[in-house]
Ligand binder design. Structure first.
Ligand SMILES: Nc1ncnc2c1ncn2[C@@H]1O[C@H](COP(=O)(O)OP(=O)(O)OP(=O)(O)O)[C@@H](O)[C@H]1O
Ligand SMILES: O=P(O)(O)O[C@H]1[C@H](O)[C@@H](O)[C@H](OP(=O)(O)O)[C@@H](OP(=O)(O)O)[C@H]1O
Ligand SMILES: [Mg+2]
Ligand SMILES: [Mg+2]
Length: 334
């Protein structure tokens, strides 16, 4: 009797991300389907570890990147999920959203875009009327860098010009768009797409613009625990059409050459059926989505069962997707 071949997926994740994702329920399900999830020792050359049938990672820095490149050169048929250069695009809040503008327009009645935004490198630009002056208040000031640090999630809602003067560049100033206090988070795992609702910043009325402080600092307003605080209110909000969300997701996946990401979408309260993508995150906290073990195991299975030919080398060394075997399955949930 022939033994079933087993597959080994090496993963390199920060401690917190590994603890959240690699729960026994995921490891056991993957094992049942012939896949062993193996932690990578990031202090040692990757090429001395393994063998691996796939490498998953969410780590940054030149040392790690060099380690991955060395491994990819020596193991050109092993998919690396995902290519470091492709991930890096999401570490800058300007290049992150540029990709949305590069997507073709929607064939449906819904339309999408990004909020108007300006990058500011120094305090002088904040007091000038130039590009900053062309933005309409309220604004959100976001750090340019989105690298997972606490600071990269710390933002300010700016109501009036005087609020700008307290800010410390470099930063991105983005127009705040009223959207009814609900955000849609769209999780992508290969061809799988799931959209959930979360709490967001409440709408800003013209009265608030005049009465409040010049600016207000905030962070992590759309974490799931906030959902439960606003449960009743969120329930009433209608989801965007799944086909619309899936089209954006698959467009982003192709354009960014990434398999694992989520993006935040809001619906403009002032326009009919107009949506704005405001944030894209690499390898988000998938353990938050129901049955994430099945979703991830299906994805791992599809990756390790892809046929490997010389033609695939260029793509597959960094996890390209020439021959997708995953069915597109899309889900809405909260
Ligand atoms: N242009 C905007 N208009 C209205 N609300 C916005 C806008 N940009 C951001 N927000 C609100 O601010 C929150 C944080 O913004 P953003 O998603 O860019 O930050 P983040 O720290 O990168 O988030 P994540 O935790 O998803 O990585 C959003 O969830 C949303 O509630
Ligand atoms: O710590 P960084 O690298 O920034 O990544 C975060 C993402 O930016 C967030 O979007 C994730 O939260 P959501 O899954 O709620 O979007 C968040 O998920 P987590 O709260 O489960 O860790 C992280 O993946
Ligand atoms: Mg976000
Ligand atoms: Mg983000």
């Amino acid at each position: 009797m022939t033994e079933c071949r087993r597959f080994r997926i090496g993963y390199a994740l920060a401690l917190k991300d590994g603890q959240s994702l690699m729960q026994p329920s995921l490891a056991n399900l993957a094992k049942e389907r012939g896949i062993d999830l193996v932690p990578i020792d990031i202090a040692r050359p990757l090429s001395e570890q393994g063998p691996f049938d796939c490498v998953l990672h969410k780590l940054y820095g030149d040392y790690w990147k060099a380690n991955l490149i060395d491994y990819a050169v020596k193991n050109p048929l092993v998919p690396i999920i995902d290519q470091p250069d492709a991930i890096e695009r999401l570490h800058n809040r300007i290049s992150m959203l540029d990709v949305v503008s590069e997507l073709g327009s929607s064939q449906e009645k819904e339309t999408f875009g990004i909020p108007k935004q300006v990058v500011v490198y120094d305090s002088i630009a904040l007091s000038e009327s130039g590009e900053v002056g062309s933005l309409r208040f309220p604004l959100i000031a976001k750090p340019i860098v989105a690298n997972g640090s606490v600071e990269s999630h710390t933002m300010s809602l700016v109501y009036r010009h005087e609020g700008l003067l307290k800010l410390k560049p470099p930063l991105v100033l983005q127009e705040f768009v009223n959207h009814g206090g609900v955000i849609f988070k769209v999780y992508v795992v290969g061809d799988y797409v799931k959209c959930v609702k979360r709490s967001s910043l409440p709408d800003v009325s013209p009265e608030t613009l005049n009465c409040s402080e010049g600016s207000l600092s905030f962070s992590n307003v759309s974490n799931p625990e906030k959902y439960y605080e606003n449960y009743m209110y969120l329930e009433e909000t209608e989801m965007p059409p799944m086909s619309f969300v899936t089209n954006i997701a698959m467009g982003l996946k192709l354009a960014m050459r990434l398999h694992l990401f989520n993006f935040d979408v809001i619906r403009d309260s002032k326009a009919v059926n107009h949506y704005l993508v405001i944030d894209i995150n690499y390898f988000p906290g998938y353990a938050k989505i129901p049955s994430y073990e099945i979703v991830l195991t299906d994805f791992f299975w599809s990756i390790v069962h892809k046929s490997k030919t010389e033609d695939d080398i260029e793509d597959s060394a960094f996890g390209g997707d020439k021959d997708d075997k995953l069915l597109i399955c899309s889900h809405y949930d909260t």
